[in-house]
Design a binder for this molecule. Sequence first.
Ligand code: VGL
Ligand code: ZN
Length: 242
Amino acid sequence: MENGQRREFLKRAGGVMLAAGMGANAARVFAQSKIKLGPKDALIVVDVQNCFIPGGSLAVAKGDEIVPLINTLAKSFQNVVLTQDWHTPGHISFASSHPGKKPFESMKLAYGNQILWPDHCVQGTDGAKLHKDLAIPTAQLVIRKGYHKDVDSYSAFIEADGRTKTGLDGYLKGRDINSVYVCGLATDFCVAWTALDAHKLGFAATVIEDACRGIDTQGSLAAAWDKMKKAGVRRIQSDAIA
Ligand code: VGL
Ligand code: ZN
């Protein structure tokens, strides 16, 4: 059931219960029931870095809008992991590394098709820093990805070669976490790939849509949602939680 349908169902169920004699308060509580989070759930906050914020080199439109919401959401989770895109200078995913290529063009690389990006999130630069207003003191791990010069990594779990692991899978399983909620930037790339890999690796995977913003190049946003839906990644809004 989609989240909208689920809410509608719960609202109606509340009405039915009221008709059945349940008190108004009890019916209201049921109608608004939220997702209950526990020690096996983790929030993964993807790439909320200066380069992806308006003014940055690979700016995601309205990327700054989600920062306060993510800070609030994080308070509902016992486990929080942050990710950072963390490229070498001259990284293979940069258009500038391929003479004659422009940002947002694609090319075939050894591991498959690669969209070429403006230089972004170079290790140790201000652009690679987490956004200054991201305030999640409870976060337990910051995982960096995309640090192999010849391989990109949208996913926080597995690099673009499809097999090199970042270690996040082992970390979460080692802590007995079996369900992840993904938010951040960008919906159609690092968020989607992270959620898809989480699902593939056996986690329940949920994307919190309003706590993400997309790049949306060449239809990538609709394509990503389609792929996630087919794979079984859940799509919710933050009001289902906080
Ligand atoms: C991302 C493109 C290139 C992302 C990272 O964080 O979604 N997108 N590198
Ligand atoms: Zn990148």
